[in-house]
Design a protein around this ligand. Sequence first.
Ligand code: PEP
Ligand code: MN
Length: 348
Amino acid sequence: MLVVMKAQATPEEIQAVCDHIVQLGFRPHPLPGAQRTAIGITGNQGEFNRGNLESLSGVAEVIRVSKAYKLASRDVKEEDTVVRFANGAAIGGRDLAVVAGPCSIESHDQAFAIAEQVAASGAQFFRGGAYKPRTSPYAFQGLGLEALKIMSEIRERFGLTIVTEALDSETLHLVAEWADVVQIGARNMQNFSLLKKAGQLRKPVLIKRGMSATMEEFLMAAEYVMSEGNYEVILCERGVRTFADHARNTLDLSIVPALRHVSHLPILVDPSHGTGRRDSVLPMARAAVAAGADGVMVEVHDHPEKALSDGPQSIYPAQFSVMMQELGQIALVVGRRMPRGVAVEDRQ
Ligand code: PEP
Ligand code: MN
C-alpha cells in the first residue's frame, strides 16, 4: 500500500499518518518527492487493511502497489534516487559516477599508487576489496581491517569516496565504520540476514546482481535493505552465468533500461567482472553509459600481472584515463555529464 499525501500536507499530518500505520502493526516509510510525500507501508502481518486511512487529514489517496517490490518501485517514488556524498560526488542524477580501483587492497603502496592515478583521471570513487569472496579457501582472502584503514587514508589524501564489500554480518559494522558505501557482493545478493542488517545501517549500500538472479530477485534484494529503513541503495549489474564461453560472465546491459523503467534506484555497471577480460572492459563501459547506466565500476591495477586477484580483467591506469575521456564524450550524447573529479593537486 502507498499513501499519497496532498502537496500541501504538513509535517504534523505526515507524522500522524505514520503513527496510525504503526498502530495498525505495519511500518511506514515516508518518501519525500519533488511534488508531495508518499508513505510506503510494509509489514509481514498479511494484507494491510486501509481502514479509515483515506479520511485522515492531509491524505490525497491510498493506492495498492501490486509489484512484489514496493519501496524500490517507481510506483512508490517517481523521481530517480540520487545518493549524495560529502565530497560532492553523487550516484544517480546527471553526473556519471565512476568507481575505480583494484580488486583487492594488497598493500599500502599498491593502493596509494592506483588511487593517485584514478583520482588524477577524474574518478570520484575508489574501490578495493578488504574482505574478498574467493572461490578457493587457498586464494588471497584480503587484508581485512588493515585494508579498511588504508582506504580511509586514501579518502583523506585524495578526497575519494570509498566503496568496499562486506562479506558477512561479523564484519559488516567494521566495513560500515570505515567505508562510505557498503558493497554486498553477487554471492551474497540473497543473503537475507546480511541484507536486513545492511538495511539497519545509515550508509549507502551497493548491491551487485547475483550470478543467476532475475530482475525481480535483484530488486527484492534492494527491497530487503529498504524495508529496514535504509533507502540509499545502488544497484550494480555485473554479469550473469550463461552458456557463453568467450567471457567470464555475460554482461546483461539490457537490464539497465528495464530496471530504470520499474525502479527509481541508481544503476551502475561493472564491466570488469561482467567480462573478465581487460580488452572487453572499455567497449562494455562505453556501452553501459550509452545504455543509460548512472556510472561504472571498474578494476584498475598498475601491475595486473602481479595482482593477487582478478589481474586478467584489471585495466592499466593509462587505459582508465582513456576510458574517462571516452565516457565523457558518450555522456553528452545521452544527456549526462562526466564530473570534473576531485581536485587532486589541491589536496597535496
Ligand atoms: C567485487 O566487486 O570485488 C566482487 C567480488 O564482485 P562480484 O560480487 O560482482 O563478484
Ligand atoms: Mn574482482
